[in-house]
Each structure stands twice: as structure tokens, then as C-alpha cells.
Design a protein around this ligand. Structure first.
Ligand SMILES: [Fe+2]
Ligand SMILES: [Fe+2]
Length: 370
């Protein structure tokens, strides 16, 4: 499922089109290069008219047939006569005001793509789990928008989602939750929802209070918020990442700090889980090389749940590792992880035979803790 973004030359800094690759797999094509082969299997097109030249538009019009079969949205400023004339000259396209709120543009594209994660959920899952999945997903969508727009995080949605997930875990257990969230087409959403469920179950297993269990779940939902600053074309890339792409992904805890630091509406514990979940007890982690006691129990829990999820989940570029193998890999990480906590975690996941939920691998091409 891809959106084709079309502009004349590089996108202007203030174009909302720049933000779409954080919500959808997308490709940017120069107006003069639009053709059957560059559009490929694109399912919708968004044309940015800001700064378009006559030559660019003439080229686009002559190759219009290659996008004529898919819905096209044209972003223009209705106050700018030139852009309005250009947009209507293009023919069959929906014109949207450039300063339309990003949420509306994203919703419109989701409708066009019929992007409803609930439609993909396997049959027969318990109602409570489905309700929790719906709420968790709604919060992640709002989180992506607040990361893109710098707006407040909707803590009421977060708390509602975390409470609902906790009661689904208590009532239905972890397996239906993992079944539901694994159907999500977005790798990052699926990963965050999985980490949230596993963190909630583990916190329960450790006998933490209800409030701490909910916070562990909320931490799981939020922990990779920094990835919402990384285009999906890099995050969900099926091939091996280049060094440059890898180093961009490794910046996500720092991006997370940038996004979360000014957000007073979020608790310090949740912020720490997001910013520090790649720190290791022996000081070899990132971004700050924190050591030992400076890493709180909630962060240690998040790190264990995150690495376990990253190893066992299936992605475009790799199959999932069996649970037992993943635990072995984590035991070999030695003093990087809280091994006493890991021992309890191993008991939890091995007792529940999560191997049935997380499918065995064919081959592992690339593994990474994300
Ligand atoms: Fe993660
Ligand atoms: Fe991460």
C-alpha cells in the first residue's frame, strides 16, 4: 500500500506532504518523472502545487494517464489564484486546502486506502481484547499526529487505552492480544502494541500495583514515539538498511526526548521508558550510556520487553525468532540486562508457550532491537 507524492522539485519545508511518509508508506516523485513505472502499485496520489512551474505541470499533464486510475488529491492554496487554476487544469482531482489540518488529510487518505486495522483482525477474538485493541490503536494514531504537529499528547486516550488493555490481559490473557495486534499492517504500530501488552503482562506477573501495570502499558505504547519522526520507507524497508539509514533509526530515543521533554502532561516514568529503553546496565547502551542504578526498574522492564518483541516479531525483512531462542540470546547479553528480572520474564513466556502465538522462523536475515 503506497501513496505517491508528486511535486515539482524538492518539497517545500512547510508542505504538509512532508509529513505523510510518517503515516503511510510513500514515495516522492518529481512531476517531470511521473510514469507507469515510477507510479507502480501506488494506490493514491497527492500532488503538491506549492512552487510548481509551468514546465513541471505540463509534464505532469502529459503523463496524467499513469495516475488517472487512482484517487488524486491536489494540495493548493485557494487564496492563490495561480494554484487554483493549475489544479483545475489538471482535470480529475480533489483539491484540498494546503492548510487543512494534518489530521483531516491523514483521515481522508485512510478512507481512500480503506485503512481499517480492525478489518484485518482474525475472527473469534474475545470482545474485551478487541475493544482494547481499538482503544490502543486510536491512541497510537493520536500520538503520531501529536508527534508530527508538536501538539499535546492525549493523555486521557492513553490512560483509557492502558486501562482497557490491562483489563483485557487480566480477562483474556496475553495470547489473544498478540493475535489481534499482529494483524496490524504497520510494523511500528504492531511493535508498540505488542510491547505494551507484554510489558503489562510482565508487570502483572511481577506483582506490580495496578497503577504501575498501567504505566508499563502506557510506556510500551509511547516507547518508540521517536520513530514517528522517521519515514516509513526507512522503518519498514524490506532490504538491508544502509549505514546512514541505520544511524537515523538509532536516533529515535533522542527524537523521543525532543518530542517528550516539553510535554508536561506525561509522567516522568513514561518519559524515561521512551528515552532510555536502549540503555544497558553496563553502560554500553544509547543515547546516554547510563549505568546500573541510574536505570529504573520500569525502564529495565521496558528494555526486556522491547528486545524480546523485536527478536520474536515478524517483519518485512525478517521472520520471528522462536521464544526459547530469543530468551537464549537475551541471556547471552549478560550484564547488559537485569538478569534476575529476565529470569522471571523467561518463566512467564516459556510457561505460556508463546511459541504458538509468535510463528517460528524460516530464516533470519536481520535482527535488531528497535
Ligand atoms: Fe521498540
Ligand atoms: Fe526503540
Amino acid at each position: 500500500m503506497e501513496i505517491v507524492l508528486i511535486s515539482d522539485g524538492p518539497l517545500a519545508l512547510d508542505s504538509p506532504v512532508r509529513k505523510l511518509p510518517f503515516f503511510f508508506p510513500a514515495r516522492l516523485i518529481d512531476m517531470s518523472k511521473v510514469s507507469e513505472s515510477t507510479v507502480g502499485d501506488g494506490r493514491a496520489a497527492v500532488v503538491e502545487l506549492l512552487g510548481a512551474t509551468d514546465a513541471g505541470l505540463t509534464a505532469l499533464k502529459s503523463s496524467w494517464a499513469s495516475i488517472a486510475e487512482i484517487p488524486v488529491i491536489c494540495l493548493a492554496s485557494k487564496k492563490n489564484r495561480r494554484e487554483v487554476i493549475q489544479a483545475s487544469a489538471l482535470g480529475k482531482t480533489e483539491i484540498m486546502e494546503r492548510d487543512t489540518p494534518l489530521a483531516l488529510l491523514v483521515r481522508k487518505l485512510k478512507l481512500i486506502l480503506q485503512d481499517d486495522p480492525l478489518a484485518q483482525v482474525p475472527n473469534g477474538l474475545p470482545a474485551k481484547t478487541l475493544e482494547a485493541y481499538k482503544k490502543g490503536n486510536a491512541f497510537l494514531e493520536s500520538l503520531a499526529l501529536s508527534a508530527a504537529e508538536g501538539s499535546n499528547i492525549q493523555t486521557s486516550l492513553m490512560n483509557e487505552g492502558a486501562a482497557e488493555i490491562l483489563s483485557a490481559l487480566s480477562l483474556d490473557g496475553l495470547s489473544p492480544w498478540l493475535d489481534a495486534v499482529q494483524s496490524h499492517h504497520s510494523g511500528t504500530y504492531c511493535h508498540s502494541l505488542m510491547v505494551a501488552g507484554i510489558a503489562g503482562s510482565f508487570a502483572q506477573h511481577l506483582g506490580w500495583s495496578e497503577k504501575d501495570c498501567q504505566e508499563a502499558i502506557a510506556g510500551g505504547l509511547v516507547h518508540d514515539i521517536g520513530k514517528m519522526r522517521i519515514p516509513l520507507t526507512i522503518l519498514d524497508k524490506a532490504d538491508k538498511l544502509t549505514d546512514a539509514e541505520r544511524s537515523i533509526i538509532d536516533k529515535h530515543p533522542v527524537f523521543g526526548r525532543d518530542i517528550l521533554k516539553p510535554r508536561l502532561e506525561l509522567s516522568v516514568d513514561i518519559k524515561k521508558m521512551a528515552i532510555q529503553h536502549h540503555e544497558f546496565l553496563d553502560g554500553s547502551g544509547y543515547p546516554d550510556g547510563l549505568k546500573g542504578e541510574r536505570i529504573s526498574p520500569k525502564v529495565r522492564l521496558m528494555t526486556i520487553c522491547d528486545i524480546f518483541t523485536a527478536l520474536t516479531e515478524k517483519r518485512a525483512y525478517k521472520d520471528g525468532m522462536p521464544v526459547r531462542v530469543a530468551i537464549g540470546v537475551m541471556q547471552e547479553m549478560g550484564r547488559k540486562l537485569d538478569q534476575a528480572m529476565l529470569k522471571k520474564f523467561a518463566h512467564m513466556v516459556l510457561d505460556r508457550d508463546m511459541g504458538e502465538v509468535i510463528r517460528p522462523p524460516q530464516k533470519v536475515t536481520r535482527t535488531q532491537a528497535v
